[in-house]
Design a protein around this ligand. Structure first.
Ligand code: SF4
Length: 124
């Protein structure tokens, strides 16, 4: 049986009550093609008390792995939709995913406002 990506790292990085999503949906098509599936280097999740310089270096290394992954788009969208609070997914850190999600929320609000304004203009 194949192990899910970074399973040993997830145990260390994710609170015990959370079931890692990579464990839950490992049958998803994108998951089976994950380049990180057999990662042993510990690139994708932070060990406890990781110094900032080490974190930045590790995250850049993880992103380089993601850049050559054939399922990067699917993985990124999965991590955004869950949302995944920890680790590098789809070439984005958790902080970068929060920025993307905030932009999407703002865009959704603007689109709704524009749609409302359009309806008002049509009615008027
Ligand atoms: S994009 Fe990165 S985190 Fe996602 S499956 Fe591929 S290598 Fe793993």
């Amino acid at each position: 049986m194949l192990q899910p990506p970074h399973s040993s790292l997830q145990v260390a990085a994710v609170p015990a009550q959370r079931v890692p999503v990579r464990d839950r949906d490992q049958d998803a098509p994108w998951h089976t093609e994950a380049v990180c599936r057999r990662d042993e280097a510990g690139l994708f999740f932070a060990p406890s008390k990781e110094p900032t310089a080490a974190r930045l270096s590790r995250e850049e290394a993880a992103k380089r792995v993601c850049a050559r992954c054939p399922v990067m788009v699917e993985c990124r969208e999965h991590a955004l939709l869950q949302p995944e609070p920890y680790g590098v997914w789809g070439g984005l850190t958790a902080a970068e995913r929060r920025v993307v999600l905030a932009r999407r929320r703002r865009r959704d609000v603007e689109l709704k406002q524009a749609a409302r304004a359009g309806r008002i203009a049509q009615a008027g």
